[in-house]
Design a binder for this molecule. Structure first.
Ligand code: HEC
Length: 154
């Protein structure tokens, strides 16, 4: 028996075994009182775009694609969700200090302006999360205005 005949079945067994590891989903199905939509006026079109393009990694409710059940893909998705939520969680936006909220709103405008968000690995698989010029302008406008009114203390 040559080496590859031993290694390939081994890899197959590992691939099958890891399919049984299914971590808990990032999905609480609730809109918390700290959600950004409960705290600030959020035009419907902006909220709809954020939901489609950002909430999968930046909220407590991810819409999982079918391949999320396939390992090791799930681990990669989970890492993005964990890191994304650590940086910015729209579901718990109200927990941040006033200063942090202002900084996050500015970072949202900048990340879209620079084309850094949503992540390109995400828009590759989620075509509807590719933002049109008009969608970008609406989010940037809203984020800057909300930051300004928070800075002005109202
Ligand atoms: C596929 C997951 C994913 C999606 C979708 C996504 N992000 Fe992110 N986002 C991340 C990750 C991971 C980080 C942290 C690492 C980094 O900055 O690249 C991040 C970081 C950020 C930051 C930086 C926060 C800071 O304080 O510097 C902002 C702002 C942001 N995202 C906004 C958005 C917006 C707005 C959208 C939707 C238009 C979006 N993201 C969509 C994964 C995502």
């Amino acid at each position: 028996m040559n080496r590859s005949k031993k290694i390939l079945p081994g890899i197959l067994i590992i691939l099958i075994a890891i399919q049984f590891i299914q971590p808990a989903r990032n999905k609480n199905g609730q809109v918390l009182p700290t959600a950004i939509s409960k705290m600030y006026s959020l035009p419907e079109n902006v909220q709809a775009t954020l939901k489609i393009a950002c909430y999968d990694c930046h909220s407590n409710n991810t819409q999982y694609p079918w391949y999320a059940d396939v390992q090791p893909v799930r681990w990669m998705l989970d890492r993005h969700i964990k890191e994304g939520k650590e940086e910015l969680n729209f579901s718990e936006f109200g927990v941040y200090s006033g200063r942090r909220q202002i900084n996050k709103l500015k970072a949202i405008a900048n990340s879209i302006n620079d084309g850094n968000m949503p992540l390109s690995s995400y828009t590759l698989m989620h075509k509807n999360a590719r933002l049109s010029a008009a969608e970008k302008i609406s989010i940037i406008d809203w984020a800057r205005k909300t930051a300004d009114s928070l800075s002005a203390g109202n």
